[in-house]
Design a protein around this ligand. Structure first.
Ligand code: NDP
Length: 310
């Protein structure tokens, strides 16, 4: 049987993925027809990206699975017309990119690099930063990305704490979970990294009360999702000096509007949702493997829990 695969994403993505995805499907030994349009009742799999034209899955009567190109699934996970399994992206390139971005931004703040990069003003500043062992980092979210970042930072010598919904045990990481563990994890966050998904339970998680539980002058780094933070509380905490800096990669509205106060705030660094990206070569192999599994009747990889929303 030929698997009919609808690529439901922008023309730019299609240009990026058509060749590597076709090659990966061939390598996986799948008989396939990959296209950007099909009559809905002939489609077996949808490769899905945010803002896809496909919003109503009901006409896709023989659909077997939706394979999300991104790690975050908030655009599709609660779609009431979706009744087949939803898999998300877990990709080596995506994980490695996030490790590099998070490690780089943690080191920027830890080493106080801005003082020298921005402050070439003739003053001989001799303040030496502490060692990593004296700077505590907390990561909220210990999934594929949070775990890899925790591991990288722990290897550099940072005392790393992590927080997740369920209990975890990770080498060289102090772990907390559930509502009770959050205050303790925040109290140890000289630098806080957010790698949680956007779900009803995580919306506005980092609010004024939670910011007040962090050490005075702490740094917040958010490559997770914009909805995790109460923006008004964040700006108040930066203005009052409670927080030292915020590096933000994700926002409630993207692109961030040119008039948004984050752009001009002296204690905010904005990056345009580039912390990490799905890489076409490695991501195509993940999609192809899931199609192979689907056709062989094997369980799909990286299935989303549609009750929890991630
Ligand atoms: P995972 O699903 O693998 O991990 C999510 C983690 O968050 C898990 O540890 C989970 O806990 C935890 N979590 C979820 N809900 C709660 C909650 N209510 N309370 C406490 N912990 C919770 O996701 P990934 O690591 O792959 O990705 C994380 C997020 O990173 C994505 O959802 C996406 O939003 C963002 N992202 C951003 C990118 C960028 O370029 N800026 C690129 C890629 C992803 P548990 O382990 O117990 O399930």
């Amino acid at each position: 049987m030929t698997a009919n695969i609808l690529f439901a994403a922008t023309a730019n993505r299609w240009a990026e993925y058509e060749t590597p995805l076709s090659e990966a499907l061939r390598e996986a030994g799948v008989a396939f027809d990959l296209r950007t349009d099909f009559p809905p009742d002939e489609v077996d799999y949808i490769v899905y990206a945010p803002n896809s034209e496909v919003q109503d899955f009901k006409p896709y009567t023989r659909l077997k699975a939706v394979l999300n190109l991104w790690a975050g699934v908030e655009d599709v996970v609660f779609n009431p017309t979706l009744s087949v399994p939803l898999a998300r992206m877990v990709d080596h390139g995506l994980t490695q990119g996030m490790v590099e971005w998070v490690t780089g931004h943690v080191l920027r703040h830890h080493l106080g690099m801005d003082a020298h990069i921005l402050g070439q003003d003739g003053q001989w500043r001799t303040e030496v930063p502490p060692l990593a062992q004296d700077r505590r980092v907390t990561i909220l979210g210990l999934g594929e990305l949070g775990r890899a970042c925790a591991d990288s930072l722990a290897r550099l010598g940072f005392p790393v704490s992590g927080w997740s919904r369920s209990a975890k045990s990770l080498p060289d990481v102090t772990t907390y979970h559930g509502d009770d563990g959050l205050a303790e994890a925040l109290s140890r966050a000289d630098i806080l990294v957010l790698l949680l998904p956007d779900t009803p339970d995580t919306t506005d998680l980092v609010n004024a009360d939670r910011l007040a539980q962090m050490p005075e002058g702490a740094v917040l780094i958010n490559p997770g999702r914009g909805t995790l933070i109460d923006d008004t509380a964040l700006i108040e905490a930066l203005d009052s000096g409670r927080l030292g800096h915020a590096t933000l990669d994700v926002f409630r509205t993207e692109p961030l509007l040119p008039v948004h106060p984050f752009w001009a705030h002296p204690k905010v660094t904005v990056t345009p949702h580039i912390a990490s990206a799905t890489r076409a070569d490695s991501a195509s192999r993940v999609i192809a493997e899931n199609v192979r599994r689907g056709e062989a009747g094997e369980p799909l990889l990286h299935l989303v829990n549609r009750d929890l929303g991630y």
